[in-house]
Design a protein around this ligand. Structure first.
Ligand code: DX5
Ligand code: ZN
Length: 219
């Protein structure tokens, strides 16, 4: 079985102590750090921008997994790349020229990801899959942490895993929203290899992070 990577969403961290929180999840054994960027336009919430990614960059060497829920996205790609993002994920639904957006991310020297909302069909990936590093399946409607996992997305995860196997390229399959110790085994069984978790990582405060991350891995 493939290794499972944990990417805690700092959306559920204490925003007044964000640097310390990133250090704490790093020391607690996370694999990546998931940064949710929201613009109050593409999604009904506002979070943080490239200045915060840049400020957090010295606090961890782990992969900075930046999930952009913004539109238009193209004008912001350079800033997120320069801020120190390692992987930049954009929404399939956020613009008319997805392929161009992905080309730009790769031209900036970054890994490129595509996210699909719960209502979006996986076949929208067919003409970009060979040019990306990651698919992000949203298992809640984007905008807020703490929502319930949408079960229909398990079928989508299975279908995307099959596409990736057919292609035979090392593309990550990440799942975001409502992932906790109860839903994680189903998500992994369906074929995911990267789990995003906000609520389930940060609940209980820093003393609990290591156990929380182990619980998500199923170890
Ligand atoms: C939602 C974000 C998620 C969210 C996950 O728009 O993309 O990363 O923070 O939060 P939990 O794990 O609490 O569902
Ligand atoms: Zn996210």
């Amino acid at each position: 079985s493939r290794p499972v990577l944990i990417s805690p969403s700092i959306l559920s961290a204490d925003f007044a102590r964000l640097g310390e929180e990133v250090r704490a999840i790093d020391e607690a054994g996370c694999d990546w750090v998931h940064v949710d960027v929201m613009d109050g336009h593409y999604v009904p919430n506002i979070t943080i921008g490239p200045m915060v990614v840049k400020a957090l960059r010295p606090h961890t060497q782990k992969l900075m997994d930046v999930h952009l829920m913004i539109t238009p996205v193209d004008p912001m790609l350079d800033a997120f790349a320069e801020a120190g993002s390692d992987l930049i994920t954009v929404h399939q639904e956020a613009g008319p020229h997805l392929h161009r957006t992905l080309q730009r991310i790769r031209a900036l020297g970054k890994k490129a990801g595509v996210s699909l909302n719960p209502s979006t069909h996986e076949d929208t990936l067919d003409y970009v899959l060979e040019d990306i590093d990651l698919v992000l399946v949203m298992s809640v409607n984007p905008g807020f942490g703490g929502q319930s996992f949408i079960d229909s997305q398990l079928r989508k995860i299975e279908a995307i895993r099959a596409k990736i196997e057919r292609l035979g390229k090392p593309i990550h399959l990440e799942v975001d929203g409502g992932v906790d110790a109860a839903t994680a085994p189903r998500v992994i069984a369906a074929g995911a290899d990267v789990l995003v978790a906000g609520t389930a990582t940060f609940r209980g405060g820093p003393a609990a992070y290591a156990d929380n991350i182990r619980g998500l891995r199923g170890a």
